[in-house]
Write a protein that binds this ligand. Structure first.
Ligand code: DHB
Ligand code: FE
Length: 282
């Protein structure tokens, strides 16, 4: 049967997509050093656990879905995913291999579990997906891992509640663990932590709340899932609501997890950056 080996979370700020190809120089830059310093242990862990498939839970920011057509939950079921010019100047990187067989298994299982997702046999993936993949697989060395994009609306209200996302993650976890092939599956949740890109509170960051989230996502994720979307926006900024993507990942990992590694750094661009490596515990 398929095994969930653990979870990764990371911020997905577009400027990181431009910095990654220059990481060797930027590790000596005072602005980037504390950010990039967090990643080597996470990359070593990925090499050690050897995922066959990465389920990437992220939000599209207007590349594949726009405001005229915005599904709450969607899952990729394509043989391949590409990125495209989003206007941030992020490089176009090699395509990502899909796993349509596992995609359809997950789609069938979560629909049976009453999560009525959009199934996408064509899907462009944006920085919410590509930046984390480039961070964890240096030099875009991800050709050996199959990917499944799971996209959740965090752009146009109404957003799904944190509890709904946590339960969606639990349904994804059940789907993976009922897949008959003997494969290792990694679950990623991207975005966050606190940030607000526009309006009166542009630049808003809440370190205290971010650290609470990084603590409770290990020990008591349901406490975090009980926040409402307006509370999450108030505490972590309009775009800090991307934390629902982390909660979805955490739902998939099951009751107990062990923290292997984490890093927190304020700020890259407008965002408090955070990285976590979690292992599923018995
Ligand atoms: C930034 C952060 C994001 O999560 C995003 O999607 C776009 C921009 C930023 O801080 O610049
Ligand atoms: Fe974002």
């Amino acid at each position: 049967m398929a095994r969930i080996i653990g979870g990764l979370t990371t911020s997905h700020i577009p400027s990181i997509g431009n910095a990654v190809p220059r990481e060797a120089q930027l590790v000596n830059d005072p602005y980037w050093e504390p950010f990039f310093a967090g990643y080597p242990p996470a990359r070593e862990w990925v090499q050690k656990v050897k995922p066959d498939v990465a389920i990437v839970i992220y939000n599209d920011h207007g590349l594949n879905f726009f405001l005229n057509n915005m599904p709450t939950f969607s899952i990729g079921a394509a043989p391949e995913y590409r990125n495209a010019d989003e206007g941030w100047g992020i490089p176009t990187i090699p395509p990502f291999q899909g796993d349509p067989d596992l995609s359809w298994h997950i789609i069938e299982s979560v629909v049976e579990d009453e999560f009525d997702v959009a199934s996408c046999q064509e899907m462009l993936v944006d920085h919410g997906f590509t930046v984390p993949m480039s961070l964890f697989w240096p030099n875009n060395s991800y050709s050996g891992v199959r990917t499944i994009p799971v996209c959740i609306n965090t752009v146009q209200h109404p957003l799904p509640t944190p509890m709904r996302c946590f339960k969606f993650g639990q349904a994804i976890g059940r789907a993976i663990e009922s897949y008959p092939k003997d494969i290792n599956v990694l679950v990623m949740g991207t975005g966050g932590l606190s940030h607000q890109l526009d309006g009166e509170r542009a630049g808003f960051i809440n370190k205290e709340f971010d650290l609470l989230c990084m603590d409770k996502i290990v020990s008591d994720p349901e406490a975090l899932a009980r926040y409402s979307i307006p509370e999450l926006v108030r505490l972590s900024g309009a775009q800090g609501a991307e934390f629902i993507l982390w909660l979805t990942m955490r739902g998939a990992l099951g009751n107990k997890v062990k923290k292997i590694h984490s890093n927190y750094y304020v700020a890259i661009s407008n965002t408090a950056t955070a990285l976590m490596v979690l292992e599923k515990a018995a």
